[in-house]
Design a protein around this ligand. Structure first.
Ligand code: SF4
Length: 379
């Protein structure tokens, strides 16, 4: 993406004629007021949680975008904002290039018909007193489809619960976690959506069945040309599953690019920390690596640190990092990072977790990685 793709505020703007962009967030911000306490009542200013600040991203047809970060980074809030479950504090959401504000009633139903959210917990997302048949036919009915047994069976076939008649009259407690999540996905497909927002869809499943559900989502992306947002704390799975990866820290997106580049050549010190923390049998991290990648806890979002929010944990922090918010700097192959290390210096040879040259900036020599075939979805 080039600079002319940005609006005057620096947010991503839709390139003319790019019809692959299905859902887009522009400068989306969400602040939650903190419940008043006695202290607030005697004159202290009302406090807010800065859950999401100035998030811009694009979801494209037939493509998976991973949004990766620790617990509390704001990634699930982004999913709820994109699904219009929460009103925005600032910013704009566009569906098919048109700004939308779903509200309630008919307009909300019209929106969720195209944008479906899959929750993390398949145990809680299905009503235990209803059968699979009820859940699927209800979804079909709500979205104006024929709610027949044949249609319900077709949904089960799409999520590879075969033979479908064997599952149709089961209650959620008679299914495994993986089967329940497949039913939740089938129910979402009942709307015939263009976008699936999958909020940690496999994190509550046994490790042995996670891959099957991710493979199912990938298959649906390819067969139905769905745009999928895959929210996860597991950056290793983003490399496997997503075309594009965005990394979120303390309410802001700090790095983006095609998944292979972001996971193999992370530029932002926080992404390097995530990679170093992810289990990898091929890598044995020593103490020096850990010092280079930083440690500590995410900050409070009630009073987030000034400047770069990662600076209290960043081993490469400079003086300006404490006061100046870094903008996004374009790197090679569509990768970008919001980090002062890359000011005016595109990188070509960033090694995961490795110390950079000089004051911490990566080497700018060489041709760098070949441009990705996957355009960065979020700028
Ligand atoms: Fe570290 Fe500064 Fe970059 Fe933030 S801007 S990640 S504190 S070097």
């Amino acid at each position: 993406m080039t600079n002319h793709d940005r609006d005057p505020a620096g947010n991503a703007s839709t390139p003319a004629g790019d019809t692959d962009i299905v859902l887009e967030a522009r400068g989306v911000t969400k602040h939650f007021p903190v419940r008043r306490t006695v202290g607030d009542l005697v004159g202290r200013r009302r406090r807010t949680v800065h859950a999401v600040d100035d998030v811009s991203l694009r979801l494209r047809r037939g493509s998976v975008t991973a949004l990766v970060g620790e617990s509390g980074s704001g990634k699930s809030t982004v999913a709820r904002l994109l699904s219009q479950l929460y009103p925005l504090t600032e910013g704009e959401i566009r569906l098919g290039g048109t700004p939308v504000k779903a509200g309630r009633g008919r307009s909300f139903r019209a929106y969720v018909k195209q944008v479906q959210l899959i929750f993390q917990d398949p145990f809680a997302s299905l009503n235990p007193v209803h059968t699979v048949r009820y859940h699927l036919t209800r979804s079909l009915k709500i979205h104006g489809k024929q709610a027949t047994e044949a249609e319900a069976c077709e949904l089960l076939e799409r999520v590879q619960l075969l033979p479908p008649l064997q599952y149709l009259d089961k209650f959620p407690h008679e299914l495994s976690g993986g089967q329940r999540q497949r039913v939740a996905i089938a129910r979402a497909l009942g709307a015939d959506p263009k976008v699936l927002l999958a909020d940690e869809p496999v994190s509550m499943l046994d490790v042995s069945i996670r891959l099957g559900v991710l493979n199912l989502l990938r298959d649906l992306k390819e067969r139905l040309h769905l745009a999928i947002l895959y929210i996860t704390h597991d950056i290793a799975s983003a490399r496997y599953f997503a075309d594009t990866t965005l990394v979120m820290y303390a309410g802001r997106i700090v790095e983006g690019g095609d998944s292979e580049t972001v996971t193999q050549q992370p530029a932002h010190p926080y992404t390097q920390l995530l990679i170093a923390s992810a289990p990898d049998p091929d890598r044995v991290a020593d103490e020096e690596d850990q010092e280079e990648t930083g440690s500590g806890e995410p900050p409070s979002l009630i009073s987030p640190p000034g400047g770069c929010r990662f600076h209290p944990r960043c081993p490469k922090a400079m003086e300006r990092c404490r006061t100046e918010l870094p903008p996004r700097f374009e790197l090679d192959g569509g990768q970008w990072a919001a980090c002062w290390l890359y000011e005016d210096r595109p990188v070509s040879t960033v090694v995961p977790g490795a110390p950079a040259k000089g004051d911490g900036a990566a080497d700018t020599t060489g041709d760098g990685p070949a441009p990705s075939t996957t355009e960065v979805a979020a700028k």
